[in-house]
Design a protein around this ligand. Structure first.
Ligand code: SAM
Length: 332
């Protein structure tokens, strides 16, 4: 592994004006790109083990960097591994890794952005599995920069809700890293101090589990935070079987006023002249206490609020009402 990394060092040398003397110094420079690498094989093995049984399966690794996790994946002999890496300076290292396992594991290197990666093209050989049966033999594993992973999970939740992209094959599981606090938010149960919009978004479409925490000191260079490894198993039946955008809108509006009665946030779903009537009506229809704070609302109660909102949308012309736009009207 370290000899692979040495190849990487040489390529990085080209990028600096003066010769870089120590690995630490080079890695500090890479930090600007949010690149924190895992060098400890015991930890990379643990992440891959957490993803479950992958032998003879298909794996997509997001952001392989110099290939620490990649190597642990390869050791478990998947049928095919596609690595999607944005930074082409890792290409020589990844190519070495690909060569080293030729004949055993089919490794495909995709230099590009995971945000635009097409899973249906990359894994077209996998037969599509019925959503309600066992998950397909496909796994997504990634240690991405924090800013990307949070954005990405929201995008992927939407695709899970639509059963498209990697979820056109069935209930593809994910094993991803987040800043520890974000991992705690994702899995936060009702009344937890970390409970937020992200908790409900993730829990609506997936069974989520914070599997373990990696101390920041395990990364090179060391980030200022610890890192949580989270698994996502798409639910057979989402807690709310409505359009992603409807659920997202309701959550955004409710959690906008985290410490107030939920009614306060919910009223912003409705135009001024209807808000006092429909706010309370929504809670009555859903049989939820409107004085509960947003973080005190259970997943099931939240689901009922979504259905009640949908029912009110049939009665009143409120579906397109956008509180934010009303506060900041477009000037003509
Ligand atoms: N997986 C490696 C490890 O654990 O040592 C590298 C982790 S590093 C935190 C994140 C990696 O994701 C970097 O190699 C970075 O270039 C890559 N990356 C960042 N944004 C990306 C994107 N949008 N698409 C694909 N790769 C990305």
């Amino acid at each position: 592994f370290y000899s692979m990394f040495a190849v990487k060092q040489e390529t990085f040398l080209d990028d600096f004006d003066e010769p870089v003397k120590t690995l630490e110094k080079q890695l500090r420079a890479i930090k600007q790109l949010s690149q924190n690498f895992l060098m400890d094989e015991r930890i990379t093995d643990k992440i891959v083990k957490t993803a479950g049984y992958i032998r003879n399966h298909y794996v997509c690794e997001v952001g392989p960097g110099p290939g620490g996790i990649t190597r642990s994946i390869i050791n478990r002999r998947p049928k095919k591994l596609v690595v999607v890496e944005k930074d082409n300076r890792f290409l020589p290292t990844l190519e070495l890794l690909k060569e080293s396992c030729e004949g055993h594991v089919n490794v495909e290197i995709e230099i590009g952005d995971i945000l635009t990666y097409n899973f249906e093209r990359g894994f077209s050989e996998i037969p599509k599995h019925n959503w309600y049966e066992a998950p397909p033999p496909l796994h997504i594993i990634g240690n991405l920069p924090f800013s990307v992973s949070t954005y990405l999970i929201i995008k992927w939740l939407k695709e899970i809700s639509l059963k498209t992209s990697a979820w056109a094959y069935g209930r593809t599981p994910l094993t991803l890293t987040f800043q520890k606090e974000v991992a705690e938010r994702i899995v936060a149960p009702v009344t937890d101090k970390q409970r937020c919009r992200l908790s409900l978004m993730c829990q609506t479409w997936c069974h989520v589990e914070h599997r373990f925490t990696i101390p920041g000191k395990a990364f090179v260079p060391k980030p200022d935070v610890d890192v949580g490894v989270v698994t996502f198993y798409p639910r057979k039946y989402p807690l709310v079987n409505l359009q992603f955008d409807v659920v997202e809108k309701l959550l955004r509006t409710i959690f906008n006023m985290r410490q107030k009665y939920s009614l306060r946030g919910v009223e912003n779903l409705f135009p001024e002249d209807l808000k006092s009537l429909l706010g309370k009506r929504l809670f009555m229809l859903a049989d939820v206490d409107y004085t509960a704070r947003p973080f005190e609302i259970t997943n099931e109660e939240f689901a009922r609020l979504c259905y009640a909102y949908k029912a009110l949308c049939k009665e009143y012309p409120i579906a397109d009402y956008d509180y934010r736009a009303s506060k900041h009207p477009v000037e003509l």
